[in-house]
Design a binder for this molecule. Structure first.
Ligand code: PLP
Length: 599
C-alpha cells in the first residue's frame, strides 16, 4: 500500500498543534506533563506513520506554491529501541517527510525528527526544579510569534524587522569537502575546499534552487530553542550516537555549554533550599565559578584515572550529613565530564559510566553530562598498530564510548554537546538533550536570557553540517579530528618522556580530550616540610612563566577550595601549540620542575 501526504505549502510550522502543552504556566505544566506521559510520546514525530499524521496537522500559512506530494512507500518502521538508527534510515525518513518548511520564528518540537520508539516515558523530575525554574512563564512575545503561521495573517504584533532592511544579501564560505573527498590519512587536514553561498531569500519559491533555510529567516528573531533546520540535524545526530532509551527526549540549541550550564544550575538548584552539587574533585574551573556565586557550593568526589569513583560517590550520598556539610541537604545534582575531563583528562570507561548512572538513579540525582570532548576519543596507547583507527563512519560510531544519555532509562540526564571543540568556539553554539519536561523549563529561561543562539552561527553551521557535509561528512570530519588529536597527544607524551624528571613527575595516557594531567610528588620536594603545596605550585608556575611557558595550576580546579590540597598537579593542553612549540614548552616545564626540586 502506498500513501501520499501533503506536508505543507509555502511555510508550515513544524510543530504539531497538539504540542502546545509545553507552553503552559506552572500548575498546568505538571498536569499536562502527566497527560502527555500517558500518551507515550506517540504524537511527537512525523517520521513514522502515526507521527506523519501529526506533521500533516502542522499549521500551514499562506505561501505561493504548494510542495509536491510526497509518496510514502510501505517500508518497515525504524526500530530504535535497541538497534542504532543508521544514516541511511535517517535519509530515508527525510525523503519521506519532504522538504522541511520552517519560516521566521517557527516553533519546533524536536520530537518530530526522531524515530518512533515504543519506549517508556521519562520519570517526572519536577521535584528537582528550583523555585525560579518552577515559576517561569512562557514568553508572551515568543508565543505570539507562533501565530505568524496563521494563513493570511498581517502582523502588527512583534518587533520583527523586515528582512528587506537586513544589510546582508549573502554570505560566502569556503569549507573542506568531507562528504565527497574525505582524506582520512595524513598529512592533509583539509583535502579540498568547496565554495558555498547563503542567500537572503534562498527559501523563496522564486529562488533558482529552493533551500530550507536562508538569511531572511536565520537573521530575524527566532524561538529560543533555535531553528528547526539545525535542531533536525542535532536531533538526528543524537539518535545516531546515543539513542536515549526513553520516548520523550528532546533537544534544543544552546549558546554553548557555558551558558547552558548556568541556565541548568539555576533550573535545578536553589540556595534557599540548601542545595549543592557533586562533581569530580578537580572540575572545570568555569563550572565552579558558575555555581559558587549562585550560592551553590560544589563537593568533590574522589577520582582515579577513569574519573569519578563510583563507590566514593555512593558513600558520599549514603552517609551525607548536613551538619558535616555546611548545612547543605543531600545533593540532587551531579555535574560530570565523562570524556577527557577538564582538567584531569580522565575518561570514564563503559562499566564506570553504568555504575555512576545506577548510583545516581538509586539516590535520585539529576546528572549534568557536559561532553565537549566526547568526539575527541583517542587510542589507549601511542603505538598506532595496537589500536588502528576506525576506517568508516559505522566503525567510528561503534568505537565511541556509551554516553550517559544512552543508558538513561529514567530521563535524569541533561546532556550538553558543544560545537566549540569540534568546529569553532566562536560559534557559541551547542545543544542540550534531556526529557521534554526539563527541556521545556530550560527554554523558558533561554527565552529571557539570550533568545537562543545567534542566527549567523545557526545558518552557517546548518549550511556546513546539514547541506554540505550531512551526517556522513560530519562524522568523517570528527574522525579526522580524532586522528589529529591523537598525533598531538602523542607528541606531548613523547616530550614528557624526554624532558620531565620521572622521579618526581608522573602521568597517564589520556583517552580523550585536550588535556594532560601531570602529578608531581610534592613529598619529594626539598622544601616540603616548610612550604605548602600551594606555595610549591606557585613557585613552579612563576618559574614556568619566566621560562616562557604557560601551564595551568591544578589548584585552580579544586571543587572545594576551602579544603587544603593533598596533591600537586599541573594541566597541560595539547590542543593549542604547534608540535614543535609543544615539545619546547615541555622542555621548559621540565627545567622549572628540576630547578624547584633541585634535581
Ligand atoms: N565544558 C567543559 C568541561 C569545558 O572544558 C569547556 C571549555 O573549556 C566548556 C564546557 C565550554 O564549552 P562552550 O564553548 O560550549 O561554552
Amino acid at each position: 500500500m502506498r500513501r501520499a501526504a501533503r506536508l505543507g505549502s509555502g511555510a508550515a510550522a513544524v510543530v504539531p498543534r497538539s504540542r502546545s502543552w509545553g507552553l503552559t504556566s506552572r500548575p498546568g505544566f505538571i498536569n499536562n506533563y502527566k497527560k502527555a506521559q500517558s500518551n507515550n510520546g506517540q504524537q511527537t514525530s512525523f517520521h513514522s506513520r502515526p507521527k506523519l499524521d501529526s506533521a500533516a496537522e502542522a499549521t500551514v500559512i499562506g505561501g505561493p506554491s504548494p510542495l509536491p506530494e510526497v509518496e510514502l512507500p510501505d517500508i518497515p518502521e525504524t526500530p530504535t529501541k535497541n538497534k542504532r538508527v543508521t544514516i541511511g534510515e535517517i535519509l530515508e525518513r527525510r525523503r519521506r517527510a519532504g522538504r522541511l518548511v520552517a519560516p521566521t520564528a517557527a516553533g519546533c518540537d524536536s520530537g518530530v525528527f526522531k524515530g518512533s520508539s515504543g519506549k517508556p516515558m521519562a520519570k517526572d523530575m519536577s521535584h528537582h526544579l528550583s523555585y525560579e525554574a518552577s515559576i517561569r512563564e512562557p514568553c508572551k512575545l515568543k508565543q505570539a510569534a507562533r501565530h505568524l503561521k496563521t494563513p493570511g495573517i498581517i502582523s502588527l504584533g512583534g518587533g520583527l524587522p523586515c528582512p528587506e532592511y537586513f544589510p546582508i544579501n549573502s554570505i560566502s564560505l569556503s569549507v573542506p569537502d568531507y562528504l565527497h573527498n574525505p582524506t582520512l590519512s595524513p598529512p592533509e587536514v583539509h583535502p579540498a575546499f568547496q565554495d558555498i553561498t547563503i542567500g537572503k531569500y534562498d527559501t523563496h519559491p522564486s529562488a533558482p534552487v529552493q533551500k530550507e533555510y536562508d538569511l531572511s529567516i536565520s537573521l530575524n528573531y527566532a524561538q529560543a530553542h533555535g531553528s528547526a533546520q539545525l535542531i533536525r540535524f542535532v536531533t538526528e545526530h543524537t539518535e545516531l550516537v546515543s539513542n536515549p532509551p526513553y520516548a520523550d527526549w528532546k533537544t534544543c540549541l544552546t549558546v554553548g555549554s557555558t551558558g547552558a550550564l548556568e541556565q541548568t544550575l539555576r533550573m535545578l538548584c536553589d540556595s534557599s533550599r540548601n542545595d549543592s552539587i557533586l562533581t569530580e574533585e578537580f572540575s572545570f574551573a568555569t563550572a565552579l565559578e558558575t555555581a559558587h556565586p549562585l550560592g551553590i557550593p560544589t563537593f568533590g568526589v574522589p577520582i582515579d584515572d577513569q574519573g569519578l569513583i563510583p563507590s566514593e560517590l555512593d558513600h558520599i550520598l549514603s552517609t551525607w550529613s548536613p551538619s558535616e556539610r555546611d548545612n547543605k541537604r543531600k545533593p540532587h545534582v551531579l555535574y560530570t565530564v565523562p570524556s577527557g575531563q577538564n582538567p584531569t583528562g580522565a575518561t570514564q570507561g563503559p562499566e564506570r559510566r553504568k555504575q555512576i548512572y545506577d548510583i545516581c538513579s538509586k539516590h535520585d540525582l539529576v546528572i549534568i553530562e557536559d561532553e565537549p570532548y566526547y568526539y575527541l576519543q583517542l587510542p589507549p596507547t601511542i603505538t598506532p598498530t595496537l589500536t588502528p583507527a576506525p576506517s568508516n563512519t559505522t566503525d567510528f560510531l561503534d568505537s565511541l564510548l556509551p554516553t550517559l544519555l544512552s543508558m538513561d532509562t529514567d530521563g535524569r540526564v541533561i546532556r550538553m554537546d558543544s560545537f566549540s571543540k569540534v568546529l569553532v568556539p566562536g560559534s557559541r553554539l551547542g545543544w542540550l538533550t534531556a526529557s521534554d519536561q526539563l527541556v521545556e523549563r530550560f527554554l523558558r529561561h533561554a527565552e529571557v536570557a539570550n533568545q537562543g543562539p545567534s542566527g549567523f552561527s545557526q545558518v552557517i553551521l546548518h549550511k556546513l553540517l546539514d547541506e554540505t557535509w550531512g551526517h556522513e561528512g560530519y562524522l568523517k570530519w570528527l574522525m579526522v579530528l580524532q586522528r589529529e588529536y591523537t598525533e598531538r597527544r602523542n607528541t606531548l607524551l613523547k616530550a614528557c618522556e624526554e624532558y620531565l624528571p620521572k622521579e618526581v613527575v608522573s602521568w597517564g595516557v589520556v583517552r580523550a580530550g585536550m588535556f594532560q594531567w601531570l602529578h608531581l610528588d610534592h613529598t619529594l620536594h626539598p622544601d616540603s616540610r616548610t612550604k605548602s603545596i600551594l606555595e610549591i605550585e606557585e613557585e613552579i608556575f612563576k618559574s614556568c612563566i619566566d621560562k616562557g611557558v604557560l601551564i595551568a595550576r591544578g589548584s585552580w580546579f579544586r571543587a572545594q577550595q576551602e579544603v587544603a590540597p593533598t596533591g600537586l598537579f599541573f594541566r597541560a593542553t595539547f590542543a593549542a601549540a604547534t608540535p614543535g612549540n609543544m615539545t619546547e614548552a615541555i622542555r621548559r616545564l621540565g627545567g622549572a620542575v628540576r630547578e624547584s626540586f633541585r634535581l
